[in-house]
Design a protein around this ligand. Structure first.
Ligand code: AMP
Ligand code: GLY
Length: 423
């Protein structure tokens, strides 16, 4: 079967690499893709938000199955557009993608169905938000309701900071319409874990856990980014934590969505905080994480396409989801200055070193082809990933592989996976 992947980052490269391993897959298209994806798929110059063009392309080329990698098209209803044209597509419909698309929706759902999460209030009036904050306990967390490229969350240490935060989200509309509503949430402390899962509307199967490093600088300093590196599994995601989440969070979320008339088909990404009072949901995403996919998918033993088709067909219960008994670490090579300002267009060398090596992957995030050469084209450039027998070995191998790559202004965190030493 021929497949189309929608997106063009490191996550979509990891999805394409897993698809390419499937015996069922013939030709792979990716829209818009990137230079690395172009080595295993045919990149198509159609934007991820051009739903009609994408659906027309899928029809014209008789694409059998489409996978949506990114959040924006899901929240915008790309799955509904494809389904209306009789196309098979993996991802939640618009009415289910709201699980990620509206933080207020997600919080209200958790409250209604007793799913553990931080206490919160929702506001659509800035004056009411400020009045509430006057008597609140600090630190406190402000969240723009809608999608904001992972940047719509402000942790405020004082009333003054929070007041300025309300202004920037709700009045200055720093995150656009995402700030029409705002969630004010209790600040939680603990370890963060990312758990991705496959869902077919009723059944949920969770993948191996992972942990992201969101801050730009070593020691979790600096600004929030899309993610500077990941490791999988998380040693903090113990059997006890898993048992708790299976009982109170995973199936409860899937059942809640079904009860609301919004059956969820696709990937639910649970952002969890392991607090002193037990695991709580920080956020839901309606797609694979980036760069979580880069460490989770290479460890999956199943044929990814078979699992995704079983979700679309409502038969996930027939799948025995299995992961390798090993570990993976992904170190993001970024352009120095990311996430604020950085230069692009530098030639990347050393990529060929990955070609003949098992257990090493170089997933492209922001790269482009220019005059036959691969150049940097974004803040996050590459996700250098390695598998090892355990996290320590995987980390050593991943950092060793970062040395194979050269480009001007190459920047990376040096402490990805360091937390595992404390486990
Ligand atoms: P989110 O986009 O909701 O995952 O938030 C981004 C990051 O902000 C999370 O990964 C956490 O590190 C932090 N964060 C979000 N909500 C809270 C909270 N209630 N307490 C503490 N940190 C939070
Ligand atoms: N790595 C976090 C995310 O994909 O949202």
């Amino acid at each position: 079967m021929d497949i189309l992947i929608v997106g063009g980052g490191g996550r979509e490269h990891a999805i394409a690499a897993s698809a390419a391993k499937s015996d069922r897959v013939g030709h792979i298209y990716c829209a818009p893709g990137n230079a690395g994806i172009g080595q295993i798929a045919e990149c198509v110059p159609i934007g991820a938000m051009e739903f009609d063009k994408l659906a027309a392309f899928a029809k014209e080329r008789a694409v059998d199955f489409t996978i949506i990698g990114m959040d924006d098209p899901l929240a915008g209803g790309i799955v509904d557009v494809f389904e209306a044209q009789g196309l098979r597509v993996f991802g939640p419909r618009k009415n289910a993608a709201v699980l990620e698309g509206s933080k207020a929706f997600a919080k209200d759902l958790m409250k209604k169905y007793n799913i553990p999460t931080a206490a919160y209030e929702t506001f659509d009036d800035p004056a009411a938000a400020i009045a509430y904050l006057e008597t609140a306990k600090f630190p406190i967390v402000l969240k723009a309701d809608g999608l904001a490229l992972g940047k719509g969350v402000l942790i405020c240490n004082s009333f003054e900071e929070a007041k300025a935060g309300v202004k920037s989200i709700m009045e200055d509309k720093k995150f656009g319409a995402a700030g029409n509503k705002m969630v004010v949430e209790e600040f939680m402390t603990g370890r963060e874990v990312s758990v991705l899962s496959f869902v077919d509307g009723k059944t949920i199967k969770v993948m191996s856990s992972a942990q992201d490093h969101k801050r730009a600088k070593d020691g979790d300093m600096g600004l929030n980014t899309g993610g500077m590196g990941t490791f999988s599994p998380s040693p903090f995601y113990t059997k006890e934590v898993d048992a708790f989440c299976q009982k109170h969070i995973y199936q409860a979320t899937v059942d809640a969505m079904a009860s609301e008339g919004r059956p969820f088909v696709g990937v639910i990404f649970f952002g969890l905080m392991l607090t002193e009072d037990g695991p709580k949901v920080l956020e839901y995403n309606a797609r694979f994480g980036d760069p979580e996919a880069q460490v989770v998918l290479p460890r999956m033993k199943n044929d990814m396409i078979e699992v995704m088709e079983s979700c679309v067909d409502g038969k996930l219960d027939t799948i025995d989801l299995q992961f390798e008994d090993n570990a993976a670490v992904c170190v993001v090579l970024a352009s120095d200055g990311y996430p604020v300002s950085y230069e692009k267009g530098f030639e990347i060398s050393g990529l060929e070193a990955f070609l003949d090596k098992e257990d090493y992957y170089c997933f492209h995030a922001g790269t482009a082809l220019k005059d036959g050469k691969i150049v940097t084209a974004g803040g996050r450039v590459l996700g250098v990933t390695a598998k090892g027998s355990d996290l320590k070995q995987a980390r050593e191998k991943a950092y060793e592989a970062t040395d194979w790559i050269r480009f001007e202004n190459k920047y990376m965190r040096r402490d990805i996976g360091k937390a595992i030493d404390e486990a």
